[in-house]
Design a binder for this molecule. Sequence first.
Ligand SMILES: [Zn+2]
Length: 265
Amino acid sequence: MFFALFLATHASLVLLYPFTLSRFLFTGLIYGAGTLIMLYLLFHPRNQWLVDNRSRVDGERCVALTFDDGPDPVDTPKLLDILRDKNVKATFFVVGKRADQFPEIVHRAWAEGHLIANHTWSHRNLFCFLTPSRLRSEIDRGTESVRRICGFRPRLFRSPVGLRHPLLRPYLKDAGLEYVSWTIRTRDTLARDSSVLAQRILKQAASGDIILLHDHLPGGTQVMLKALPRVIDELRLRGFEFVLAGPREDAGAATPEPAAFESAH
Ligand SMILES: [Zn+2]
């Protein structure tokens, strides 16, 4: 579908010949509309056209906290401490390359009842323009990293910045992964003030929401770490329960390969 749109949009350029002003305007309109639709398909985090995706969780008064881009050697352990103190389970979309660097942190998160999911191998920002083989390796290496550390293949996937790729649907199907997006974009990546961040989340939170946060950012995640306890307490007061973004039972009695830990030291 995407490729047909791409071809049709570019084929519309033949209408420019022979050149007149009205043909130019007409072609510009078609070309502009086609390009806008393609950009929407590639960039809008919740559109269902290029890949089926879930942005909500089931259950009365349930919300899911999700943390992307980790693990971080400093901030993720602090986050895990908060979640343990508050007895909250969350979902971590880990970057495979970072997980391989800090496997003990990912394993701790798993052992403490959180869910570990695939956020690609190297978090390429221009994810929607990857070549097919590169796309497949970003997905498969991410999965392999989680499998080595936690002993199971992840079931959930989220792409960098929620970007889509025309081949994402078939490739995720091959890898047995479900795409999970979000309903609340907290903009924690830009937050400077923890009470502003907490307010922004609390103002929007509703039953079934999947909340997007980050446990690794170039400038650190102190603002999020400071806002989080308040967000958790307040949502609990309102009767919300914190759930994982997907099931965990497929782990069974699987154990990680010892090599995954040795390689890090
Ligand atoms: Zn990310």
